[in-house]
Structures are given as structure tokens and as C-alpha cells.
Write a protein that binds this ligand. Structure first.
Ligand code: F6R
Length: 607
């Protein structure tokens, strides 16, 4: 949550910071602000609302200066007000701080600061700014270090002081920070997106590290003031990838990215000859792999639905009992874990606080813990003892789409790899590999049918409520379709396994209560057809996802989204795309803010 960006160099900082904030807006957009050093003073401007509100304010009062820090906020402490927006100041406006994370002991610190310090906001961050202020005696880095010794909680922070026109201090504990290394200019941000237009060379800070940025270079330290040598890494994502590329919204672009990024996820990982997959990042010996007798998949939201597809795949292909746990529940339920348990943490951002806490718990209990993560260098990627990047590229729309399909892709590859090392025959493995290779082209076929989905969306956009149904892996498709619809249209919806309707939910059905049902041709087709008959009998409007060539579906309804056939375990990779498009077009018709739905943030770094 929240985004930080800082710049020091020879260019005007304001446009760079503003552009950086726009690129970070997906991390939070309650309010924003920036502070710039110029003419022996620091000027600060803040605004409530989206970045454009700040930009508008700055049009009337452009601030010069080639060093500054900026922040976009997703409120955790205190309401959405200008006073609570960052940067926060201390020492009569000579020290500025922007902070992500939560200072757990801020009340205690507040008390220690005493009555001499008066606060202007309700935030924990302002308390931190004053704490640094009390330790300041001319040396900014040491003041930050000294203050952080008293802090419990999480932070990614940047600080500047009027006496130091050539210095920004950054520090990280539990909230990510990346430093961009340009030509006589340096950047610091919560992730690489604001840095990409200027440089691809970055340094990822680790927890407990402090960085000093000057125009001459950067230097990293531990909290105990020991110098650390960090590697400069090259980012693979290019700037264009992070743009909308002509689509109206990031979400639509990201839905359309799926055939390509799916190929990226499987590239070089399939072995047709052996009918298997090779995922080097597992970092386990053959013997360790054989020892695994339980798999636990931990994640939140959409990522946990990807995990549910993984459960079906692991159990069916490898026979290893597999559980899916919502990360926020996992750590409190005292899960049974031992050294033969393999835990996968699944996360797009790699920063989700609940997932991070869950992996720490699993590690404490001695499990193998591996990551299935999108954002390279993210905390979960670094805190797991191996794992696999899903290669979905930057996902900027708040509602996850391409990251979901690529999480499913990687889980299927792992299930194949474990399956082949256990009970799966080479012939079945080869069929599976072939089916995976056909997926990108089939995804494209669905994208090419978007006009039909658009028409269905237009027809149903005004519904107040609906159900999504499916069976087997398509129950997961229903869950994900329902979540997407809720998130971006604000229409109430629930997902059920088809067989559950008669145990209660069917009571809600009426001619004004639509049901979206996934009824593709697989081993549960006949069962699902019976469930669909039950719905038809209650005269509820029906919208079906069915396999190409299934003309009998027309007996039920004219509202049909056809999908190409594939192996049952791979169906979520295709069927979900129809429901992503459905949610997208309904949201657009309702004039919703598709990429930034209300109350949501892309990266949930608080518990
Ligand atoms: C839904 C969505 C969320 C995330 C969840 C986990 O569209 O995006 O449910 O899936 O917050 O986030 P990550 O994958 O970053 O751990």
C-alpha cells in the first residue's frame, strides 16, 4: 500500500516525481504530496484524491529544484485528509518524510516525544518524522538510524532535510524500496515502475538497510552503520510494457496480454520428450522431492483461487495431498507442518503482508517454502528458499487477470513435474505438455470473441445480484469470475459449486436473479447440466460458458460464451478469460473506475 518516489540529480524534480506518482497510483490513491528542495528551503504541496488533483495544484505553483520526495497514500492511520497526506514534516518544516508501512509502537513514541512536539496529523508517519527530528544534530543518516532503533513495525521511508541539498536517505523494513541508478541522477521508489523511463539499473534494498543517495552516487548501510556492497541489477521489463499500449484500461490490456505472457511462463520449462516440466527454482534434490507427502498453497484473494486450481492439479497428477490456505487464516490456525511439507506462497506483488507472515510461520515449522511470484526481487521472492517467477510482466490494474493465469500456469507445471516423478505415465505427460502449448492460441480465440461477451455484458449490466456456478476446477472459475465482477462493477455476486444450489442458495432464484454457469465438456458435464436444469426450472436467467460445438446448450439460453476445448485441468486458463471480459465490459458500461476500483489497493502490505 502507498507509493514512494524520490529523485536527486540535475533535472527538474517536480515532473519526474509527478510522473512517478502516476505510475505508482495503483498502490494507493487516497491522497498524494511532494516536497522539493530549492533556494535554501523545502516546499511541500499535498492534495486529497487522485494524483491529478495534486498535479492541478502544482500547475498554479510550480516548484523548482532538482531533489525531492513524493508519496501517494492508501490510508491506514487517520482519515483521508490533506493533513494526513505525506510528506510529513518535523523541525519546523526543515525535515520531510514519506513513509509506507505501519509503526506499531507509534503511541508509545508519541508519548515519549512529549508535549513540546505538536502533531498536525493523525498518522503514525508524522510521529516517525518527529522521532527522527529529535535525533537530528546535523547528520541526517545517523538521525534516521538512531530513530529506527526505537521503532517497531514496518517501513519503507525517504527523508530529506533543508541543510542537506545533496542527500536523500531511504530505509526499509518490511515495505519495499528500489533505488534506480542513472547517469548522475538517482531515484528511489516503492517499485521499479517510476524508475523505468529513466534507467533499468536498480538496487533492491533489503530489510534493515539504509541508503544514502547523493548526486555522486549511492551508499548502503546496515542499521548498525556498517557499509554494505549491493549489486546493481538490470530490470528486464521495458517501459512500454508498463504502459496501456492503446487499450482503454490497464485491465483490458492485461487481459489481452495473456496469450503472450502465458508463453513466457512456460517457455523453456516444458520437456516434450519426457512429458514433463523443469522448474529449476524448486531447489530440491530428487530425494527431497520424493519425501514430500503434503503440499500447502498459501495466498490471498485471486492468488488463492489460482492455488485452488493447483490443488486439483497436484492431487490428480501427483497424488500428493494438497491444501489451499488463505494466508490470513493459515498463521492463526496452527497448521500441521513438518519437514516433509512443501509450502508454496503464491503472490503477484510478492509483498502481501498476510502471505509474508504465513511463509515465515511455515519456515519456523521447518517446511520447504517456495514462492510463485510475479514481481522480481519482491520480499516474498527473496524470503522463500527458491521458487518460480510467473513472468506476467507488470500488472497495474488493481483487479488481477494475467497474474492469475500465469500463477495457474506455473502451478500446473509444478504438478506435472511432481506427477511425472511419481505416478504419471510419459504418454499422459506428453499429452499434458501438448495441451499447454496450445493454450496461447486458444486464449486468443476467446479474446477474438469479445463482441459476444460485450453484448451479454450490456444486457445484464443493471442486475443488482447474481450467482456464478461451476463444478470441479470450474467451481474455481466461478469463484474468480464472481470476485472480478464484485471488485470492478460493485454488483453483488456469489459463487457456488453447482451441486450446492439445492442445499440453500436456490431459494434466491427468480426471473430477475441471473446465474452465470460454467458448463464446459468434461467429466462433470452431465452433473452440471442437471444443475443448470434446476436453475432453468426456477426461470432464472441463465448465461453459460460452454465448449465449442456444444449446440445443445442453446436449449437453455441464447446467452452463451463459447470456449475452445482443452484438458479439464487446463480449463480455468480459458474459461476465466471469458468471465474477466464479462466483468470488464459490465464495469465499463456502468462507468466504473475499472483500473482503480473503490476501497481496493493493488499491493496489500498491511495485515
Ligand atoms: C483480486 C486481487 C486480489 C489479490 C490479492 C493477493 O483481483 O488482485 O485478490 O489477488 O490481494 O495479492 P498478491 O497476489 O499480490 O499477493
Amino acid at each position: 500500500m502507498c507509493g514512494i518516489v524520490g529523485y536527486i540529480g540535475n533535472k527538474q524534480a517536480q515532473p519526474i516525481l509527478l510522473q512517478g506518482l502516476r505510475r505508482l497510483e495503483y498502490r494507493g490513491y487516497d491522497s498524494a504530496g511532494l516536497a522539493l528542495w530549492h533556494d535554501q528551503c523545502i516546499s511541500r504541496v499535498r492534495a486529497v484524491g487522485k494524483i491529478e488533483r495534486l498535479a492541478k495544484k502544482l500547475k498554479d505553483q510550480e516548484i523548482p529544484g532538482s531533489m525531492g520526495i513524493a508519496h501517494t497514500r492508501w490510508a491506514t492511520h487517520g482519515g483521508v485528509t490533506e493533513q494526513n497526506a505525506h510528506p510529513h514534516m518535523a523541525l519546523q518544516g526543515t525535515l520531510m518524510l514519506a513513509h509506507n508501512g505501519i509503526i506499531e509502537n507509534y503511541r508509545e513514541i508519541r508519548e515519549k516525544l512529549g508535549k513540546d512536539v505538536s502533531l498536525t496529523s493523525e498518522t503514525d508517519s508524522e510521529v516517525l518524522a518527529h522521532l527522527i527530528g529529535t535525533h537530528y544534530n546535523g547528520d541526517l543518516r545517523h538521525a534516521v538510524m538512531a530513530a529506527l532503533k526505537h521503532v517497531r513495525g514496518t517501513y519503507g521511508l525517504v527523508v530529506m532535510h533543508v541543510d542537506h541539498p545533496d542527500c536523500i536517505i531511504g530505509a526499509r523494513m518490511g515495505s519495499p524500496l528500489v533505488v534506480g541508478v542513472g547517469e548522475e541522477e538517482y531515484f528511489i521508489a516503492s517499485d521499479a515502475t517510476p524508475i523505468l523511463p529513466y534507467t533499468k539499473r536498480v538496487v533492491y534494498l533489503d530489510d534493515g538497510e539504509i541508503v544514502e543517495l547523493t548526486r555522486e552516487g549511492i551508499q548502503t548501510f546496515t542499521l548498525a552503520d556498517e557499509v554494505i556492497t549491493k549489486c546493481v541489477e538490470e530490470i528486464e521489463w521495458d517501459d512500454e510494457q508498463a504502459q496501456k499500449q492503446g487499450f482503454d484500461h490497464f485491465m483490458l490490456k492485461e487481459i489481452h496480454d495473456q496469450p503472450q505472457v502465458f508463453e513466457d511462463a512456460i517457455r523453456g520449462r516444458l520437456d516434450m520428450e519426457e512429458g514433463t516440466a523443469h522448474l529449476g527454482g524448486l531447489n530440491m534434490t530428487e530425494e527431497e522431492m520424493r519425501r514430500v507427502n503434503r503440499i500447502i498453497l498459501i495466498a490471498c484473494g485471486t492468488a488463492s483461487y489460482a492455488g485452488m486450481v493447483g490443488k486439483y492439479a497436484f492431487e490428480r497428477l501427483s497424488g500428493i495431498p494438497t491444501e489451499v490456505d488463505v494466508a490470513s487464516e493459515f498463521r492463526y490456525r496452527d497448521p500441521i507442518i513438518d519437514e516433509n511439507t512443501l509450502v508454496f506462497a503464491i503472490s503477484q506483488s510478492g509483498e502481501t503482508a498476510d502471505t509474508l507472515a504465513a511463509i515465515r510461520e511455515a519456515k519456523r515449522k521447518g517446511a520447504f517454502v517456495r514462492g510463485i511470484v510475479n514481481v522480481v526481487g519482491s520480499t516474498i521472492a527473496r524470503e522463500t528458499d527458491g521458487g518460480t517467477y510467473i513472468h506476467a510482466g507488470p500488472e497495474l490494474a488493481v483487479a488481477s487477470t494475467k497474474a492469475y493465469t500465469n500463477m495457474v500456469a506455473v502451478l500446473l507445471l509444478y504438478a506435472l513435474q511432481f506427477g511425472r516423478s511419481r505416478r504419471m505415465t510419459i504418454a499422459t505427460g506428453q499429452r499434458f505438455v501438448r495441451a499447454l502449448q496450445e493454450i496461447p492460441q486458444k486464449m486468443q480465440m476467446i479474446l477474438d470473441r469479445k463482441d459476444t461477451i460485450f453484448a451479454i455484458a450490456e444486457k445484464y449490466k443493471d442486475i443488482p445480484s447474481c450467482f456464478f456456478l461451476g463444478r470441479g476446477v470450474n467451481y474455481v472459475v466461478a469463484l474468480e469470475g464472481s470476485l472480478k465482477l464484485k471488485e470492478i462493477t460493485y454488483i453483488h455476486s456469489e459463487a457456488y459449486p453447482g451441486g450446492e444450489m439445492k442445499h440453500g442458495p436456490i431459494a434466491l432464484l427468480s426471473p430477475t436473479f441471473p446465474v452465470f454457469a460454467v458448463m464446459t465438456k468434461n467429466q462433470l458435464y452431465e452433473k452440471m447440466r442437471s444443475n443448470v436444469e434446476e436453475i432453468r426450472a426456477r426461470k432464472a436467467p441463465l448465461i453459460l460458458v460452454v465448449t465449442d460445438g456444444d449446440d445443445s446448450a442453446k436449449e437453455f439460453t441464447d446467452d452463451i460464451m463459447y470456449v475452445p476445448p482443452t484438458m479439464e485441468l487446463l480449463e480455468p486458463l480459458l474459461n476465466t478469460i471469458s468471465l474477466q471480459l464479462l466483468a470488464y465490459y459490465m464495469a465499463v458500461s456502468l462507468d466504473r473506475d475499472v483500473d482503480r476500483p473503490r476501497n481496493l489497493a493493488k499491493s496489500v502490505t498491511v495485515e
